[in-house]
Design a protein around this ligand. Sequence first.
Ligand code: ADP
Ligand code: ZN
Length: 520
Amino acid sequence: MDLAAAQQVLKTTFGYDEFRPGQSAVIQQVLAGKNTLAVMPTGGGKSLCYQIPALLFDGLTVVVSPLISLMKDQVDALNDNGIAATFINSSLDYREINERLQELRAGDYTLLYIAPERLDSQSFIQALGNLPIQLLAIDEAHCISQWGHDFRPSYLALSTAIEQLPTHPQVLALTATATEQVAQDICERLDINFDDEVNTGFARDNLDLTVVKNQDTDRYILDYLAENANEAGIIYATTRKEVTRLTSLLQKHHIKATMYHAGLDDNVRRQNQEDFLYDRVQVMVATNAFGMGIDKSNVRFVIHAQVPGTLEAYYQEAGRAGRDGLPSVAILIYRASDAQIQHFFIDESEMDDEHKHRSYRKLQVMTQYANTQGCLQQFILKYFGEASEPCGRCSNCTDKRTAQEITTDAQKVLSCVVRLHSRYGKGVVAQVLTGANNQRVRESHLETLSTYGIMSGQRQKSVSELIDFLTAAGYLQAVGGQYPTLTVTKNGVGVLKGETQVFRKTAQKVQKAVSQNDAL
Ligand code: ADP
Ligand code: ZN
């Protein structure tokens, strides 16, 4: 089977003239019988990578997807396109499931969508064993890795399930978010050759990244929406309470907004989602429960009103803007108190210690993203293991403020960290530098240090922000999980020795909510 046949299906069944980047490489490998990992950005067109082979193969293609709420829609859309597809998930009763399995055995379908939870049942795996499965497509494959941000235990059952299938189906794993470590983990667990990873890169050239700090969130969002009155967008918040509050705020200002979170009734959720998908409202305010698998192409902006817990989650959610390839924006509104909320979630979660530790580390990376003065896109790509040049479009690349030399202040902070023998975190360092006189300081006799009070002219909050900056810039490193302690890096030593100068843009940033059109 060759690519020409695939090209033909692309045109006649789906109505597209050309493959998107990565699609032809993935399809070619799958047709050649290779287990494959496809890493493509959100909106990159991962679905066609298994749908086209499914149509060309004689056997059945099974798609494992965590998006139960969307399965029916996806299958309906395929059926409308004349493709025989069906799904099996917890929304069906025993009788319906058996009926479908019978039809599948008779070869009535090309594609079967299942939820990963199905694989928890041994009897279901046995039932699958009776089907002529040729290809197993695993969507959101990063969920199989404990190193990822969205680990799902059911995914672990995949590898054993595959071994038990008598047809030894081929595997195609797909994800939009995988660090090198996660990609490696996926390959190992699913028996994919490292060389058979197709990675189109994570850069989204039509997405402009912005970080907004020290601003009134409500004011910023209202201004932004006033400037972009006709554009559809998503506003993410961490808690249901904040989602509800923001939604009423927008509605009070006559903005057509609706909301989505896991606490709403199924019917209400479905209705709100459709209102947004079909442009009956402009804005969707939601928790992270919203969005996976949502195929709305004309989302022009994604605003995070509160910082999420990981950079992977952030980029995945932000990436829901601009799936049609047109210029779009992703804005992160950052407040340290929101990072504290995420910290609290981890404290309270039931993860084991190792997993908690990892989650704290991921939150630190997210915080660094918010505090870096380097290119935001470059920061993200580097995190995913990709080298790149500054993008020239993000809010840091376009920040016109001139940088001030702050080497002396930096040296004060760094030498204080050294004096504290890297045993304390940001809070104590800032307290010592500003000469705070509290119990913590007195108990440990920190007021006797030579660096005590050497920045007493400054507010503790601004010293804290300076520490965040020095950490994001790589002069300091936060070590440890829940209560990270600061330590000076090799670059930081260069600053202490006077070999390196430190520059920082410090003047208050005036971050007006720019119109999408101004930016073009
Ligand atoms: P992903 O799963 O990677 O986020 P999808 O598979 O949902 O992305 O595809 C995103 C959108 O791009 C869909 O509307 C899809 O129909 C469209 N699309 C996919 N491949 C192509 C192509 N080759 N040409 C044009 N549009 C495409
Ligand atoms: Zn940039």
